[in-house]
Design a protein around this ligand. Structure first.
Ligand SMILES: C[S@@+](CC[C@H](N)C(=O)[O-])C[C@H]1O[C@@H](n2cnc3c(N)ncnc32)[C@H](O)[C@@H]1O
Length: 260
């Protein structure tokens, strides 16, 4: 059923923010935004949008809710073990620099996990990590590198001791040395152009929110951004069903390699 009120909201939001909600799965997105609209006391998306135009707090709340920022260090540890034991050593073997992109990095747990792995191998100086997200607020948090005790519970003990310091009773801060290999940048995966020549792209737990069509274009853009032999690491519900159509082959569960 066509919902003109919601469709118009999507169009006006695109014009205002460049965020194209029509490329996210509709039922999910609509449910989340309807709850938010109702919580703020608006009966239609039209009146909600008018209010957003006048109130940056409402806009920030909308951006915050539509993006879902949950992240973790070492999320799915078995897969990170493959990254640590197999793929990063393989990339470093050539002796040159490696170029990694952590896309949709949220509050920075993934790029810092990558930076710790590289540092542990004595390869921090040879590793450049680009970390991007749509949401400027999470990127700011990421670059500060301050985490609640709860968030660091999956960080292996030896890494916690080496790469974090206790900031206060409940918080840890990442050692500033690690930040040096990471560049944080705001970027919309559905809209912006990508850099190229990456050895590894990590993009997890955001594609689940996108429509099939948006995902298809994104896989193609990722394939173009990787060097031949480079790897794409996806989330645990984000398998690519026919990787060959993007010139990928499966390298390990949730890792795809661009054919050489
Ligand atoms: C659930 S978090 C995933 C964080 C991390 N990759 C992980 O797996 O732990 C999803 C992230 O995707 C970001 N995001 C949503 N839409 C995006 C888009 N179009 N372009 C870039 N990032 C986007 C959100 O801001 C959010 O930080």
């Amino acid at each position: 059923m066509v919902d003109m009120d919601f469709d118009l909201f999507v169009k006006r939001m695109k014009a205002k923010t460049d965020i194209d909600l029509s490329q996210y799965k509709e039922a999910q997105m609509k449910r989340r935004l309807t709850t938010l609209r109702q919580k703020n006391g608006f009966h239609t998306f039209a009146s909600y949008f008018d209010a957003i135009e006048l109130d940056s707090k409402l806009l920030n709340e909308f951006l915050d809710r539509m993006t879902i920022n949950v992240s973790e260090f070492w999320r799915n540890p078995g897969r990170w073990e493959a990254m640590e034991k197999k793929f990063i050593p393989e990339m470093l073997k050539s002796g040159g620099r490696i170029k990694i992109w952590s896309a949709a990095c949220s509050t920075g747990e993934e790029p810092y996990t990558l930076a710790m792995i590289a540092a542990e191998m004595g390869a921090q100086d040879r590793t450049a990590i680009l970390a991007t997200d749509l949401d400027a607020i999470v990127l700011q948090k990421a670059s500060q590198g301050v985490y609640h005790e709860r968030s660091v519970r999956d960080v292996p003990r030896s890494y916690l001791q080496k790469y974090f310091s206790k900031q206060d009773q409940d918080h840890y801060v990442i050692n500033s040395q690690l930040n040096k290999s990471i560049v944080f940048k705001q970027q919309n995966l559905l809209h912006d152009s990508f850099d190229s020549g990456f050895d590894i792209i990590v993009c997890r737990n955001v594609m689940i929110y996108f429509t099939e069509e948006a995902k298809h274009l994104l896989y193609q853009k990722f394939a173009n951004a990787l060097r031949p032999g480079g790897l794409l690491f996806v989330g645990s519900t984000e398998q690519i069903f026919t990787p060959s159509q993007y010139d990928f082959e499966s390298a390990e569960t949730f890792f795809y390699r661009k054919r050489s």
